[in-house]
Design a binder for this molecule. Structure first.
Ligand code: KIV
Length: 268
């Protein structure tokens, strides 16, 4: 293992030292190389790839085979970051045996170093079994996109005293079951701050305000590579989506005008 390799355990040390954790998603080899080279600590092959790379309406149709395929590509591009693969809808939670088997496939067949599992206290037994089998688990509570049909949409979670207390209970239960960190998605800032203060493992926020131990965003979102409305927490750092549209249009124009290829781009 390289000296600077980020491990699940090392992220706990970062929290203890007050160092913020920078995490991003990636779903292909080139993006993984770029994101890893930029010094991102944790790279998640998120099931959001179903929407941003495969064109599904939500994350529910994403299969284990699709996740394994993308995780393999990303693993070839990652050297330093901790590589986490997302357990897709129904890959975790149906039975403990199946959850452990699926988690193990990400490690054995695709080069993942941890898996992420959506859900709170109710999924604790499965999380514990995966950790016992030797696969580190990243928890994910708050807005859990795999529950979109049950919840009826994508909404901020943990508003109000009772809902905030349930989230804290979920976070504590997952901690007891052995997760090395927990993603808090679309949670009011003060609630995320109090969960962060209550846990000795890192919280990684997405739409959960600035007082989490780390932040994660979807790579396509920070590059403007999406269509439709952006969530409030999303920030475009480089509008690659606009640059792609312009480049494709310029290429089409030059081909039609006979300007491409010119002599400089032709063999003699
Ligand atoms: O699938 C995903 O990309 C995620 C992150 C947004 C946390 O779950």
């Amino acid at each position: 293992m390289n000296d600077d390799k980020v491990t699940a355990v090392a992220l706990g040390g970062m929290k203890a030292r007050g160092e913020r954790i920078a995490a991003l998603t990636a779903c292909d080899y080139f993006s993984a190389r770029v994101v890893d080279g930029a010094g991102i600590d944790l790279i998640l092959v998120g099931d959001s790839l179903g929407m941003v790379a495969l064109g599904y309406r939500n994350t529910l149709p994403v299969t284990m085979e699709e996740m394994l395929h993308h995780t393999r590509a990303v693993s070839r591009g990652v050297r330093r970051a901790l590589l986490v693969a997302d357990m897709p809808f129904m890959a975790a939670g149906v039975s403990v045996e199946e959850t452990v088997r699926n988690a193990g496939r990400f490690v054995k067949e695709a080069g993942a170093e941890a898996v992420k599992i959506e859900g709170g206290e109710e999924i604790g037994g499965h999380v514990r079994a995966v950790v016992r089998a030797g696969v580190p688990v990243l928890g994910h509570i708050g807005l859990t996109p795999q529950d979109v049909l049950v919840v009826g949409g994508y909404r901020v979670q943990g508003r109000g005293e009772e809902a905030a207390r349930r989230l804290l209970d979920d976070a504590r239960a997952l901690r007891e079951c052995g997760v090395f960190a927990v993603v808090l998605e679309c949670v009011p800032s003060p609630v995320a701050a109090s969960i962060t203060a209550a846990l000795d493992i890192p919280t990684i926020g997405i739409g959960a305000g600035p007082r989490c131990d780390g932040q994660i965003l979807v790579l396509h979102d920070i590059l403007g590579m999406y269509e439709g409305r952006a969530a409030k927490f999303m920030k475009v750092y480089a509008d690659v989506g606009a640059a792609m549209r312009e480049a494709a249009a310029a290429y089409a124009r030059e081909v039609r005008e006979g300007a491409y290829p010119d002599d400089a781009h032709s063999y003699r």
